[in-house]
Structure formats: C-alpha cells, structure tokens
Design a protein around this ligand. Structure first.
Ligand SMILES: [Cu+2]
Length: 224
C-alpha cells in the first residue's frame, strides 16, 4: 500500500514537473557578423516587454561568478552576470596581477595579488565593466552586468539559448565587446508568449579588435 502511494506521488510529481516545464518558453538566439560568420561572446538579454517583474525563481540565478587569470589573460574574456552578483578573480599564474576597472558601472581596484584575492567584488549596477590589469597592459576582460535574469552568452557557434522564460513578449538586445554603435540599436521584440522555442537572429557590425601587444618574454614564464 505504501509503495503504491509513493509511486502515485512520484507520478504526480513527474507530471507537475513536466507541466511546469511545458509552460516555459525559450528563445534560441543566433548571432552572426557582417560576413555571416558566427559571433562568440555576445551577450543576449531579454526583458519582459510589459515590464513584468521576473518571478522570484528566475531571480534566484547564482549570485556568484568567477573570472580567472590564466596565462596573463582574463578567462573567460566575457562574463555575463545578474546585477548583485559577487565575482572572485582567482589568479592561476605564477606572477601577480592587479585587476581594476574605471567603468562607471563599477570602479574598483584589487590589491596586487597571487592566488585568490581577499574578497569578491559585488557588481551592483547594470552595465558593461571593462577589466584591466595594472601590470599587464594587454589583459582585457568584460563583465556584462544584466538587470534582467534572462540572458545567455553565445558560444563559438554564435548560438545562445535563453531557457525557462515565462511565456510573454520580450525586448531582446545583444551586446558584444566589438559592437559598432549602441547596444540599443540591436533591440528586437521577440514574441515568446507561447510555450516552446522561438528563433531570433542578429547580424552585428563589429569593430576590429584592437589588441595591445604582449610584452616581450610574456609568452613564456617571465616574471612580469
Ligand atoms: Cu596581470
């Protein structure tokens, strides 16, 4: 009797989970450049068009992020987080780094450190935060701080999935470090008001990436 009850409970639970899943929408975003090649590291952000606040569950995205320093580069180069997220900057190199940002969304400077710095940095304002290192001029990284919990970053295939969206219409925009022009110019309304997947595509005009040359000897294990 007990096993019957528990299997009934499991069946009901499975149905409830299935129903909840079926009620969500998904935006499958694809980003290409002017040459039609996939664009990696683009951040796709969806904001409910009616201004509805996301349900509490969506706002429960992990509030911890990590930007590593490996071989004197920020890894990943682009990190997308929800506003309010605390980010740590572990250093995996055998040299010290001094991470800073002058961006209005978050000005900070970590002391010169090796390993993991004392405290994480909380990104409390939406916007783009450009990271630099005082020791290594070529090190550049980006933290995109999203005001909406619905965001994703494109992979090498230029694709990103914004999953488990409450079905509704969204204003969707795309940001990329080399984006030519303002982020707002990429704005698109995407009707995801019915459960299931909706495709959306962007063709971005990108600026050429300006790279600071690595210091001589920096490719090896020089003590810079
Ligand atoms: Cu450095």
């Amino acid at each position: 009797m007990k096993s019957l009850r528990s299997s009934l409970l499991i069946a009901m639970l499975a149905f409830a989970i299935g129903a909840a899943h079926a009620q969500t929408a998904e935006i499958a975003a694809r980003v290409i450049n002017e040459q039609g090649q996939p664009v990696a590291d683009a951040v796709v952000v969806a904001v409910p068009a009616d201004g509805a606040r996301p349900p509490a569950r969506a706002a429960e995205r992990p509030r911890a992020g990590v930007v590593d320093q490996v071989d004197k580069e920020f890894t990943p180069k682009v990190t997308a987080i929800l506003v309010g997220t605390a980010v740590t900057f572990p250093n995996h190199d055998n040299v010290r780094h001094q991470v800073y940002s002058f961006s209005p969304a978050k000005r900070f400077e970590l002391p010169l450190y090796a390993g993991v710095p004392a405290g994480p940095v909380v990104f409390d304002k939406p916007g783009v935060v450009v990271l630099g290192c005082n020791i290594h001029d070529w090190m550049v990284g980006y933290i995109y701080v999203s005001e909406s919990p619905y965001f994703a970053k494109t992979g090498k295939d230029g694709k990103a999935i914004l999953a488990e969206l409450p079905p509704r219409a969204y204003a969707v925009r795309v940001w990329h470090p080399q984006l030519e022009g303002a982020e707002e110019t990429t704005l698109k309304s995407v009707d995801a008001s019915r459960p299931g997947r909706v495709d959306a595509a962007w063709q971005l005009k990108l600026k050429r990436e300006v790279k600071v040359r690595r210091a001589p000897g920096a490719e090896g294990r020089g003590r810079y």
